[in-house]
Design a protein around this ligand. Structure first.
Ligand SMILES: [Zn+2]
Length: 286
C-alpha cells in the first residue's frame, strides 16, 4: 500500500531535526552531506563534455527553457498551445509502459495502444484482453493494463473527464499527492512526469541513476532506490536536477566502468582502473 509506505517514510523523516528545509522534511539520510553543489556541477560538466546533451531529451529541455522564459513575463503558461506538447496523460501512460522493459519496446507498446484506441475514452471502454494485447510487446501487459484502466476510471470519477492538464497549475507536492491516489503509480513514474511533462524540478532515480549514485557514494551503503530518490532530491540543487538526471541516465546506459568500480573489489577493480581515462566518473568513485 503506497499510503502506508508514505506514512512510514514521513514518520522516519520526522525524526530528523537537521534536514535541509524545503516544504516537507523527507531526507532519510540528513547527515550524509552529499552530493555537494560543487560535485553536482562538476559531474554535470564532465558528462556534458563526454556525451554532449543527450538528443532524446533535447525536446524537453527546450520546453523547460521556453516555459521558464514565459514565467518571467505575465503570460499564463498553461495557455500555451498544447498541440506541440505531449499531454500529461499521454506522458504518464508512456512512463507506465516503460517500466521493466527496453525503450524501444515501450515506444512500440505506446504506439500500438494509440493505434488500437486513439482516445483515452476508448481505452477505458475497452475490454481488458484487447487492452492487454495492444500493449503486450512492452511486457507485464496484465499488470500495466489494469493499472491504466484503474487510473483512467479513478480520474473520470474524480475530475469527470480524462485529462490531467490541471496538474500543470499545481505545486510539486500537490502533484505528488494527486498522482499517489492512483494505484500502481510509483514514485519513479511520478518523478518522470514531473520532470518531463510538467517541467518541474525533480530527480527520478531509475536503475542507471541509482547504480551511479551508489558507486559515487552519494547515498550511504545499503540505501534502497526510494530512499536514494528522497535523499538526492534534497541535496541536488533544483536548477541542476534536469540536466544532471538526463546526463547520468545516458551515461549509465553507455558505461559500466564507474558502476563496476564503485561496487567491486580486488582484481576486477584493478583491471577497471587500467583504462580509467575512458570514464570521467571513475575519479568520483571510491
Ligand atoms: Zn562511467
Amino acid at each position: 500500500m503506497p499510503k502506508n509506505r508514505k506514512r512510514k517514510e514521513q514518520a522516519e523523516a520526522d525524526h530528523n531535526p537537521k534536514l535541509p528545509t524545503k516544504t516537507t522534511p523527507k531526507d532519510p539520510y540528513p547527515n550524509h552531506a552529499r552530493p555537494t553543489r560543487e560535485e553536482c556541477v562538476s559531474v554535470r560538466d564532465d558528462l556534458l563534455a563526454l556525451h554532449g546533451f543527450p538528443k532524446e531529451f533535447a525536446k524537453y529541455r527546450e520546453q523547460r527553457l521556453s516555459s521558464q522564459a514565459s514565467n518571467g513575463h505575465d503570460n499564463d503558461v498553461s495557455s500555451e498551445p498544447l498541440d506541440e506538447k505531449e499531454s500529461v496523460l499521454d506522458g504518464l501512460v508512456r512512463t507506465l509502459l516503460s517500466q521493466n522493459t527496453t525503450e524501444s519496446n515501450s515506444l512500440k507498446a505506446f504506439a500500438s495502444l494509440k493505434s488500437a484506441f486513439p482516445t483515452w475514452e476508448e481505452v477505458l471502454a475497452a475490454d481488458s484482453q484487447s487492452l492487454e494485447s495492444a500493449i503486450r510487446c512492452g511486457g507485464l501487459a496484465k499488470t500495466k493494463a489494469s493499472c491504466i484502466k484503474n487510473m483512467l476510471s479513478c480520474l473520470l470519477e474524480k475530475k469527470e473527464k480524462l485529462c490531467l492538464e490541471y496538474l500543470r497549475d499545481l505545486s510539486v507536492d500537490e502533484i505528488k499527492a494527486e498522482l499517489s491516489h492512483f494505484k500502481g503509480i510509483g514514485p519513479k513514474t511520478v518523478a518522470c512526469v514531473l520532470m518531463f511533462q510538467l517541467q518541474q524540478d525533480d530527480f527520478p532515480v531509475d536503475t542507471h541513476v541509482y547504480e551511479i549514485a551508489k558507486a559515487m557514494a552519494w547515498v550511504p551503503v545499503g540505501a534502497d532506490r526510494n530512499k536514494t530518490y528522497l535523499h538526492l532530491n534534497q541535496w541536488i540543487p533544483d536548477e541542476l536536477k534536469f540536466d544532471l538526471n538526463c546526463l547520468l541516465y545516458t551515461h549509465g546506459k553507455l558505461c559500466r566502468k564507474c558502476i563496476k568500480k564503485g561496487g567491486s573489489t580486488g582484481k576486477q577493480q584493478e583491471k577497471e582502473s587500467e583504462d580509467s581515462n575512458s570514464c570521467p566518473l571513475l575519479r568520483y568513485c571510491k
